[in-house]
Design a protein around this ligand. Structure first.
Ligand code: PEP
Ligand code: MN
Length: 341
């Protein structure tokens, strides 16, 4: 259920509604918007009796939610969510670039890449310290040592750090060293992990699962938000299909599909979405053209020697070229959208 307050509702009226929700054993999620505050209600097993709330002062409307999700919806919040990380943002209309290696391998490699990422104007640096690998014998990441290198990168280059957590204890560590918790495709339905991330003060970048439907992906975001963390960034990274020419099939239709139901920012990962470096540029350009809020890109100083995902990692030259192209496309898209409004 959603409670929409009148545009002129006072803070005291909002507080009284929250108090009634809470004392009924439910959880209130107040979301102030440009025009009005809406309050999402979670914690109920069946339908909540709307009549309890309809006549409270300041309440404009009580909406029964028929969709499986509540907090991610445009019904709750018609304005787009802007996720802020200090001076860096995702979802505010600029094109956010998150770039870096697949995995943190050593200090020298990480610094060489970070220097280049910084120079490109990107504000976020990516790199895994905990790597979810298909084979138990493949490089699993440096763990906390990798996070320490990432913290140094943050200090030296003033880049925000995006890095994956695989379980509750790695969330504790990511909170200590980084700025954004990445939940990987393989973890998208690890509900304990989603709940833990939902109790974090850090934003969460939520990758779409390898075979997740749109609803499953949005419900994973809902898990995080239901715990009180509203700073979720969705990331389309390709799904498993029968194609053999790519590692995954990048589902770019997911971007407008998300937009149609959710206020959350959504970014595209053309690296995992294709698995091949020569396809990353074209699909990154397409991702921006369909309206993504940003891109997450794998780049490496020596892709041929990378310990993971070398085949999809861009060289520095390819990366620099891609950034110029996607920024140009983003400007055109922004002006087209301005005309449409
Ligand atoms: C990654 O970003 O390196 C990664 C493992 O991504 P995904 O979870 O999308 O496979
Ligand atoms: Mn990778």
């Amino acid at each position: 259920m959603l409670i929409v307050m009148k545009t002129n509702a006072t803070e005291r009226e909002v507080a009284a509604v929250i108090e009634l929700v809470t004392s009924s054993g439910l959880r209130a999620h107040p979301v102030p918007g440009a025009l009005r505050t809406a309050i999402g209600i979670t914690g109920n097993q069946g339908a909540v009796d709307a009549t309890h709330f309809e006549n409270l002062a300041g309440v404009a409307e009580v909406i029964r939610v028929t969709k499986p999700y509540k907090l991610i919806t445009l019904d709750l919040k018609p304005e787009k969510t802007i996720v802020r990380c200090g001076d860096a943002t995702i979802g505010d209309g600029d094109l956010t670039i998150i770039a870096g290696p697949c995995a943190i391998e050593n200090r020298e490699q990480t610094f060489a890449i970070a220097e280049r990422v910084k120079r490109s104007g990107a504000k976020f640096f990516r790199g895994g310290a905990f790597k979810p690998r298909t084979s138990p014998y493949a490089f699993q990441g440096l763990g906390e040592e990798g996070l320490q290198i990432l913290r140094e990168v943050r200090e030296r280059f003033n880049l925000k750090i995006v890095t994956e957590a695989l379980d509750d204890s790695s969330v504790d560590l990511v909170e200590k060293y980084a700025d954004v918790i990445q939940i990987g495709a393989r973890s998208m339905q690890n509900f304990t992990l989603l709940r833990r991330a939902g109790r974090s003060h850090l934003p969460v970048l939520l990758k779409r699962g390898l075979s997740a439907t749109l609803d499953e992906w949005l419900l994973a975001a809902e898990y995080i938000m239901a715990e009180g963390n509203y700073n979720v960034i969705l990331c389309e990274r390709g799904i498993r299909t029968f194609t053999q020419h790519t590692r995954n099939t990048l589902d770019l239709a997911a971007i407008p599909a998300v937009r149609a139901v959710s206020h959350l920012p959504v970014i595209v990962d053309p690296s995992h979405g294709t698995g091949k470096s020569y396809m990353v540029g074209p699909l990154a350009r397409a991702g921006v053209a369909v309206g993504a809020d940003g891109l997450i890109i794998e780049v490496h100083n020596q892709p041929e020697r990378a310990l993971s995902d070398g085949a999809q990692s861009l060289t520095f030259e390819q990366y620099d070229q891609l950034i110029v192209e996607v920024r140009a496309i983003h400007e055109v898209i922004a002006s087209v959208e301005a005309v449409a409004v």
